[in-house]
Design a protein around this ligand. Structure first.
Ligand code: GLA
Length: 488
């Protein structure tokens, strides 16, 4: 009896732990970036993310010449106009009503005006990737609804390469894994309103010992542009230790990408060892930079290279001042949904994953830290808990807030951490994270770095449970994060 009851309780508890964001109910609701950056006169693609009952009909006013909106998908594509700021009014209508929003196209020198959202192949598949899998992941990003809340990038990590470059030094894709070639794959991904990312390295070899980009920067950037690539993650294996040389190598690639004739987001990945928050944006022209060595699929513990969630989190303190639209700290991909089965993040079974509560905390805190939200589980087979976490649009909308303010750690005592993120329209979000295995009372809010005036006259919203609430929480469950959003 006792066992039956506890099993029933566990099922109920697991089932109701996280609310399911209503993706396809009611009037259209817009999500994702309100400001979109693109270089002038280059390929432009932006899908306007919207939830709500289907079908939705989209229309736009003020779209510059050269760009077209698909009325049934919300995909805007074409060639970006000349330098300038273009205000576009988008309307979405369905059976339940009509909603309008404004998005601003910043056509100039900046990309990634909100943290990129997408998927990366590394944590889950590592070396074991091919075009069929990548296409199926793109399909899943659409069919699960991830595209409708703002996920956009499908990033191929290491191991796409053939044995060597061609005789002219051009990069070559492994023809067994990618028989149709990269251009056909990017065409497919773009046809879904998504973007394609690729991986290389500032050393002679990549971390997986494939050919690196060093001394081939111009030819690589040009080839990636021909292949229709939209993002490059650039690693730092087989390269010299010093900061000066790292800056030179990243700068050479950053400039080559800018000259490639395509808007290619540049992700700097030297693991935070040379303080990239101080130079990756200005000097290397990167849009985001890793702050630590790689994340592995476990909550807590220390290892020099295989970082736990907690050891990465601790390291983020103070980095918020370096983040702003177009330049983001990257605490690495999400391990949400891997449950210790990721080919890279489990380290051959050494780490057996996190609980759903821990994954929820990982996700909520990454959202508030303005991390690039790169899911990295098998999107084709996510369970309900994983879907509810990755598809919580109320949390991802906080990540995409147009101001681009990364949350600050305002309190850190006895295993409770409080993060506060300022939002547009004088709103703010607070996350209360219990890092311990014990239920903990929350100290008085003045003691956790919050003030009466923070709350007076404001209604709180709980984006995890998707409901209005009156007060900040009294107790926090083990490993749980409670989030509150307050707006005037
Ligand atoms: C490094 C990076 C990882 C991944 C691998 C690929 O470890 O930090 O994110 O790209 O290389 O080999």
């Amino acid at each position: 009896m006792k066992t039956t009851l506890s099993v029933a309780f566990a099922i109920l508890f697991t089932h109701f732990l996280f609310a399911q964001y209503p993706l396809y109910l009611g009037k259209p609701v817009f999500h994702g970036a309100e400001r979109v950056g693109n270089y002038p006169n280059t390929f432009f693609l932006h899908t306007v993310p919207a939830t709500g009952e289907r079908p939705i009909t989209f229309s736009a006013k003020g779209l510059p010449q050269g760009l077209l909106l698909n009325a049934s998908t919300g995909i805007i594509t074409g060639t970006a106009p000349t330098k300038g700021v273009y205000e576009v009014s988008i309307t979405a209508s369905n059976n339940a009503g009509t909603t309008s929003t404004n998005i601003t196209l910043h056509i100039g020198g900046k990309l990634a005006l909100t943290p990129p959202m997408g998927w990366n192949s590394w944590n889950v598949f590592a070396w074991d990737i091919d075009e069929k899998t990548i296409r199926e992941i793109a399909d899943a990003m659409v069919s699960t609804g991830m595209r409708d809340i703002g996920y956009q990038y499908i990033n191929i990590d290491d191991f796409w390469h053939d044995e060597s470059r061609d005789k002219d030094g051009k990069p070559v894709v492994d023809p067994k894994k990618f028989p149709s070639g990269m251009k056909a794959l990017s065409d497919y991904v773009h046809s879904k309103g998504l973007k394609l990312g690729i991986y290389s390295c500032a050393g002679k070899l990549t971390c997986g010992e494939k050919f690196g980009g060093y001394t081939y920067e111009a030819i690589d950037a040009k080839t990636y542009a021909e292949w229709g690539i939209d993002l490059l993650k650039y690693d730092y294996c087989y390269a010299p230790l010093g900061q000066k040389e790292a800056i030179n190598r990243y700068q050479t690639m950053g400039l080559a990408l800018e000259k490639s004739g395509r808007s290619i987001v540049f992700s700097v990945c030297e693991w935070g060892l040379r303080k990239p928050w101080k130079w990756a944006a200005q000097k290397a022209h990167g849009q985001y930079w890793r702050t630590t060595p790689d994340i592995f699929d476990y909550w807590k513990g220390w290892h020099p290279w295989q970082k736990s969630f907690m050891s990465i989190l601790k390291f983020q303190k103070g980095l918020e001042k370096y983040a702003a639209p177009g330049r983001w700290n990257d605490p690495d991909m999400l391990t949400v949904g891997n449950y210790g089965t990721g080919k890279a993040t489990s380290a051959k079974g050494k780490y057996n994953g996190m609980t759903d509560t821990q994954y929820q905390s990982h996700f909520a805190v990454w959202c508030l830290l303005n991390a690039p939200l790169l899911s990295s589980c098998d999107l084709r087979s996510m369970n309900t808990a994983t879907k509810n976490i990755l598809l919580n649009a109320a949390l991802t909308d906080l990540n995409q807030d147009v101001m681009g303010n990364q949350a600050t750690l305002v309190y850190n005592k006895k295993g409770i951490r409080v993060y506060k993120k300022e939002l547009k329209d004088e709103g703010f979000a607070v996350a209360f994270l219990n890092t311990t295995n014990k239920k903990k009372p929350l100290p008085d809010y003045e003691k956790v770095g919050l003030y009466h005036y923070d709350f007076d006259g404001k209604k709180g919203f709980d984006p995890i449970n998707l409901k209005q609430v009156d007060n900040i929480p009294v107790n926090i469950e083990p490993y749980e994060t409670v989030v509150r959003v307050y707006r005037y």
